[in-house]
Design a binder for this molecule. Structure first.
Ligand SMILES: Nc1nc2c(ncn2[C@@H]2O[C@H](COP(=O)(O)O[C@H]3[C@@H](O)[C@H](n4cnc5c(=O)[nH]c(N)nc54)O[C@@H]3COP(=O)(O)O)[C@@H](O)[C@H]2O)c(=O)[nH]1
Length: 595
């Protein structure tokens, strides 16, 4: 039972003041009240008045008409209306139009007595016109006259909602471009697939990757690179309908989803439009650049019926567009063998790894067996993709070799190793020979000698502390040419080593003519020297042969003390292997040397 306590108490107080008591609240308040009761009532009423007015939540007593009879200060603050203004508005009128239908349904259930109370999150329309998120609890009760009244308690949750929306946006959008990220893209793509399935239409998934983006980053800096990414996102978006999605995948990669297509040619039209807009000139730091992109397209249902397959196939097709020269689009082609696709994908991923600086060098110490001192390190390549575990060189060097990518990758290795050698020297570490592996392709490359000369010059590294390792097999592919290259490198002061010695078929006649410094015994022989008489004999012979030619011998893959003991007894000069250390990042070598 509700009696408006404010009115009741005011009336009682007035009656006491004038010396008589009369029913003062529509006949619903006690007519005869002794002074003690009145004091108690006043105390309670004061307590209630204070609580009502000072409450941190908005409170409204709402009448059967749906208009407030009384509201507290906080309720006015939340809505922006005065109490008098609110008394002319129903709570439904105060509610955001999008939330009214559900509100009306709940109020109907309150009116019918089906519900005694409900709580929900909804929006009020503030007097200024903006939406205010609130958590509202409405309780229904009957007053003394049997009329329905409602107590509405409102909590302003705009800040929480704002934070929730920000978090949701951050989780689903790319911070730089504001475009959907991969997570949201996958969601949109699965909806597009479901829609296409129902309507028997096509979905095109396009992988868009900028060509030579690394050049922009390297020459103009990362901030300029970011500006390009933002502008490219805008340009892609301008070619799409509202129902299409453009998302940023990371780096300079975007994915576009076109839903409800009738023909494959619709995808071609959009892809060409995107390419045309991408290559428009862009003014960046006073310099005009002409970005181009490569687009790979996968079609639902032809090239895949689920999200991961379509994305993977569009990605593969993009590599093809790039391999064919870039600034073009290519469709995924089913007829290619899985192996070809894998190597195509790997090739594309390696290109991107170079552009994104995902390669790292680890270094394995080389130890002088007689003194135990670390005298050198072998630089070994590692690939650390942005996402996923580190990839060992055995998994990607063969493809880099096949595709010729080993040349730019090898250039990077050489440049990084030279710079590291100089850095160690500058840091005051004892002189270390840094050995770098050269692939057969690099070795045959006509610019190798000039490249080494340029890097020595540019990095300031000491050529006498740089060793180039070439496998026996690579050298023997064209031993005559090798002699000429070795001579030029030798004149520069660079050390030369034949790697994996014993696994190929060296001609001793040529070996004598090579101006090399050392032979490296392959770890396949070392691993069994202590229990395979043949391997022991081979290692023994190689050491003897090398020494007879004044060459140093370095044993690879030494894993235990017994192998080391054998090598020491047979006069091997240097060793490397897990027994001393696995290949480690540059900082690990510094730590080892300072110990
Ligand atoms: N052209 C280039 N080739 C490179 C480059 N970096 C590496 N490589 C070649 O890749 C092959 C695999 O190299 P990786 O996985 O780094 O393996 C090297 C060592 O980690 C491994 N090793 C060293 N000690 C031990 C050991 O005690 N036990 C054991 N099981 N393995 C050991 O041996 C590899 C070194 O081989 P090698 O080059 O013959 O000295 C390998 O063929 C690399 O050459 C590059 O920059 N360019």
């Amino acid at each position: 039972m509700i009696c408006d306590l404010f009115e009741a108490a005011d009336a009682i107080a007035a009656n006491l003041k004038f010396g008589y008591l009369a029913p003062a609240c529509g006949g619903t308040c006690p007519a005869a009240i002794d002074e003690f009761d009145v004091a108690l009532l006043r105390e309670r009423e004061e307590l209630y008045r204070l609580t009502f007015n000072q409450a941190a939540v908005g409170i409204a007593h709402v009448g059967a008409t749906g208009r407030p009879l009384r509201v507290n200060r906080k309720y006015s603050d939340i809505t922006g209306y005065t109490e008098a203004e609110l008394q002319r508005l129903t709570t439904v009128e105060l509610t955001h139009p999008d939330d009214r239908a559900q509100d009306e349904a709940l109020q109907q259930r309150l009116r019918s007595g089906e519900l005694a109370e409900y709580s929900r999150e909804k929006r009020y329309l503030h007097k200024n016109g903006h939406a205010v998120w609130i958590n509202v609890t409405v309780s229904s009760l009957l007053d003394a006259a049997g009329e329905r009244r409602y107590i509405t308690v409102v909590e302003d949750i705009s800040r929480r909602k704002g934070a929730e929306e920000t978090l949701l946006r951050m989780a689903s959008h790319d911070a730089l471009t504001g475009l959907p990220n991969r997570l949201l893209l996958e969601d949109r793509l699965s909806h597009a697939i479901a829609h296409a399935h129902r309507t028997h239409t096509l979905v095109a998934v396009m992988f868009v990757d900028l060509d030579r983006f690394k050049n922009i980053n390297d020459s103009l800096g990362h901030d300029a690179g970011d500006e390009v990414i933002v502008e490219i996102g805008r340009r892609i978006g301008r070619n799409l309908r509202e129902t299409d999605t453009a998302a940023r995948q990371g780096g300079d990669e975007f994915v576009v989803v076109l839903g409800g297509l009738a023909h494959e040619s619709d995808a071609c039209t959009v892809a060409q439009k995107i390419l045309d807009t991408l290559c428009r000139p862009m003014l960046l730091r006073g310099q005009e650049i002409f970005p181009t992109g490569s687009i790979g397209i996968g079609l639902y249902p032809r090239d895949g019926t689920d999200t991961p397959t379509l994305l993977k196939n569009a990605d593969t097709a993009m590599y093809r567009a790039k391999a064919d020269g870039g600034n073009q689009y290519a469709f995924y082609v089913h007829s290619m063998s899985m192996q070809a696709l894998d190597s195509l994908r790997m090739e594309g991923a390696l290109r991107r790894a170079l552009e994104r600086d995902e390669f790292r060098l680890h270094y394995q110490p080389q130890v002088d067996i007689a003194t135990g001192a670390v005298v050198g390190v072998e630089a070994l390549l590692r690939w650390q993709p942005q996402l996923g575990p580190m990839v060992p060189p055995g998994d990607f060097i063969p493809i880099a070799e096949q595709t010729g990518l080993i040349v730019p990758i090898g250039d990077w290795v050489l440049a990084t190793a030279c710079a590291q050698q100089k850095a160690w020297r500058d840091a005051g570490l004892p002189p270390l020979t840094v050995s770098v592996n050269l692939s057969a392709r690099q070795f045959q490359h006509r610019d190798l000698v000039e490249l080494v000369a340029r890097l020595v010059r540019e990095t300031g590294c000491d050529p006498a502390c740089l060793a180039l390792e070439i496998t026996e097999t690579a050298v023997m592919e064209n031993p005559q040419a090798a002699v000429a290259i070795f001579r030029q490198l030798n004149e520069m002061g660079v050390q030369l080593a034949i790697d994996d010695f014993g696994t190929g078929y060296s001609s001793l006649a040529y070996l004598k003519r090579f101006p090399i410094d050392s032979l490296k015994i392959d770890r396949s022989f070392v691993s069994d020297i202590t229990h395979d008489a043949d391997d022991a004999a081979i290692v023994h012979s190689v050491i003897a042969l090398a020494h007879s030619m004044n060459l140093k011998v370095v044993a690879e893959g030494v894993e235990d003390a017994r192998q080391l003991q054998f090598l020491r007894e047979h006069g091997c000069d240097q060793m490397q292997g897990y027994y001393v250390s696995r290949p480690v990042p540059a900082a690990g070598i510094e730590e080892l040397l300072r110990r």
